[in-house]
Design a protein around this ligand. Structure first.
Ligand SMILES: Cc1cc2nc3c(=O)[nH]c(=O)nc-3n(C[C@H](O)[C@H](O)[C@H](O)COP(=O)(O)OP(=O)(O)OC[C@H]3O[C@@H](n4cnc5c(N)ncnc54)[C@H](O)[C@@H]3O)c2cc1C
Length: 211
């Protein structure tokens, strides 16, 4: 079901408009990943988020040889071997804003070069697939969690390149926030207002994406 808009009356969202009809609502949470900027804008909330593609690729399965993640900040490349033996290779986001999830030859060459530089024996290994997703980046690489300018609209946005490690616990905290109607102390530093008060966070180190 696709969210296509919001009915906003005063400072409250009365209903969510979807491609399958109108859903009246008491509370709304926006957690739409790479579409967060656009979805929040439908409610009249402009988030400090810009969207960039992030690509990754995997090799054919190899015998287990790497039991940790190796990340090179200078090569903008990271590698990890999956439990199926495939080597997952990724790096930084594409250097331009885009909503396309097409993968590029440029990035394939760049990641292959970095991987072979780190582990020369990978030179003859075949790639199985390459893909891209849209990452919602904030100015301080940290998520926005908590209240929005609208009274019953909550935000769990801006996870960018490192969200799936953290979104399970973020979801739990956001559920608690909505149930209680107030933001717990642990989430307060992630408030949207920090971009106006210049209390930026810096979580670049939390990502494995070699920015
Ligand atoms: C190639 C790549 C590698 C990555 N590697 C890592 C990694 O190693 N570690 C890590 O922690 N993170 C990684 N990430 C980032 C991670 O995937 C995201 O940060 C995380 O998925 C964000 O979670 P989310 O719940 O905010 O959004 P998502 O998981 O994107 O979920 C958002 C959901 O909202 C839905 N949606 C969007 N628009 C609408 C709409 N209008 N109406 C209804 N539904 C809508 C989408 O269909 C989707 O199901 C990687 C991302 C990419 C692309």
């Amino acid at each position: 079901t696709e969210v296509q808009g919001f009915e906003v009356v005063g400072d409250r969202v009365q209903a969510v408009k979807t491609n399958r009809g109108r859903v009246a609502c008491g509370q709304v949470l926006i957690a739409t990943g790479g579409m967060n900027y656009d979805v929040a804008l439908m409610a009249g909330v402009e988030l400090p988020i810009r969207c960039y593609p992030l690509q990754a690729m995997v090799t054919q399965p190899l015998k287990p040889w790497l039991d940790t993640l190796v990340s090179s900040v200078s090569l903008h490349t990271y590698l990890v071997q999956s439990s199926r033996g495939e080597v997952v290779i990724g790096g930084g986001s594409d250097p331009y804003q885009l909503y396309s999830t097409r993968s590029t030859l440029d990035m394939k060459e760049h990641l292959a070069e970095g991987a072979v530089h780190l582990f020369p024996f990978l030179q003859g290994v075949r790639l199985l697939r390459q893909w891209a997703g849209i990452t919602d980046m904030t100015p301080d690489y940290s998520p926005i969690m908590g209240a929005s300018p609208l009274a019953n609209l909550w935000l769990d946005c801006g996870w960018g390149t490192w969200g799936f490690k953290a979104t399970p616990v973020a979801g739990k905290r956001m559920a608690q926030t909505i149930a209680d109607g107030r933001v717990p102390g642990i989430l307060k530093p992630f408030a949207l207002e920090r971009f106006e008060t210049f209390q930026l966070l810096n979580e670049m180190g939390a990502t494995a994406a070699s920015h």
